[in-house]
Write a protein that binds this ligand. Structure first.
Ligand code: BV8
Ligand code: ZN
Length: 255
């Protein structure tokens, strides 16, 4: 599939003073990680509150723990895709050009970091680390398909159940991460929303906050979302294809 971008869009991107990017599960889809709300997604079988909430965990710790262990199995086996690596190239280019680049993710799979992205703002925590649900002490547990436990390990300090270091529904986002994301949205000249259905707040409010503050809002998503109608530019394509094509066109024009 070949993509053609307007000269005007490419020139605006090349001249941008600061670029902010929000990613969601869609950017990891081409790596083989299931999204949440696509038809065969993670939520297709369960309701989010049943699995990604403290209530759900306390009601059925084994089922929630097993769900995270199953997701860790997938994440251990996959690699970043061209969408992730293009964002690394964009960050490198911005740094060389003295521009500001901020990557904000809702994803917990750390594929951005694995691809080489730096200073990633993780709004919803990460699935790799764990801590005690009672005394909150970090718990050193490294998942492996062999040791995948059927129930949450116990804290060595207080005996509490260990939980993944993700942000569950009803839990506050890490304040410093949210503040940094909101500051980037308010001050950037271009805001990309890539691979997110924009249904989960407060993350979903960031693209609108950026647009309200005067940024050009570009959405990259093969499907329509709750915020597509607000986008200045809507690239209706998979990010693993569209991002490399867009960045190559930018580099060709700025050469
Ligand atoms: C909070 C856990 C204070 C980790 C997740 C207003 C303000 C504040 C809060 C709320 C509010 N209104 C409601 C709330 C409560 C709630 C909320 O937003 N509920 C929603 C459902 C209405 N928010 C919270 O509870 C947040 N906490 O604000 O605390 C508070 C608390 C209570 C009440 C008020 C205030 C906590 C939110 C974090 C929840 N944790 N997950 C985990 O297990 O992973 S959210 C979950 O959804 C994931 O983390 C995921 O990141 C997130 C968003 O999903 P997406 O990434 O967008 O994925 P999705 O499948 O939906 O979409 C994928 C997209 O990709 C699709 O559009 C698809 O078309 C596209 N795609 C597919 N293939 C590709 C592609 N795109 C590009 N390329 C492709 N190849
Ligand atoms: Zn403990």
């Amino acid at each position: 599939m070949s993509y053609i971008f307007s000269d005007n869009l490419l020139q605006t991107l090349i001249e941008a003073r600061s670029i902010a990017v929000l990613t969601g599960a869609g950017i990891s889809a081409e790596s083989g990680v299931a999204t949440f709300r696509d038809p065969n997604g993670l939520w297709a079988k369960f309701r989010p509150e049943e699995l990604a909430s403290m209530d759900g965990f306390l009601k059925n710790p084994n089922r929630v723990w097993e769900w995270y262990e199953a997701r860790r199995d997938v994440i251990d086996r996959v690699q970043p895709n061209a969408g992730h690596t293009t964002l690394v190239q964009m960050q490198d280019w911005c740094e060389q050009q003295g521009k500001r680049f901020t990557l904000i993710t809702q994803n917990v799979d750390r594929l951005h970091q694995q691809a080489g992205s730096r200073d990633v703002i993780e709004l919803h925590g990460n699935i790799i680390e764990n801590y005690c649900s009672r005394c909150t002490k970090p718990h050193d547990y490294r998942h492996s398909a062999e040791t995948a436990a059927k129930e949450p390990p116990r804290c060595t300090y207080c005996g509490g159940m260990i939980r993944p270091a993700v942000v569950w529904f009803g839990e506050m986002l890490p304040p410093l991460a949210l503040e940094a994301a909101q500051e980037a949205a308010r001050t950037c000249t271009i805001f990309f929303s890539i691979g997110t259905s924009a249904e989960v707040y407060p993350a979903a409010g960031l693209p609108i906050e950026a647009k309200r503050a005067g940024a050009l809002f570009i959405e990259v998503n093969p499907n329509e979302t709750a915020i597509t109608r607000f986008a200045d530019v809507s690239i209706s394509a998979p990010s693993g294809e569209a991002l490399p094509a867009l960045f190559a066109a930018m580099m060709a024009k700025s050469a």
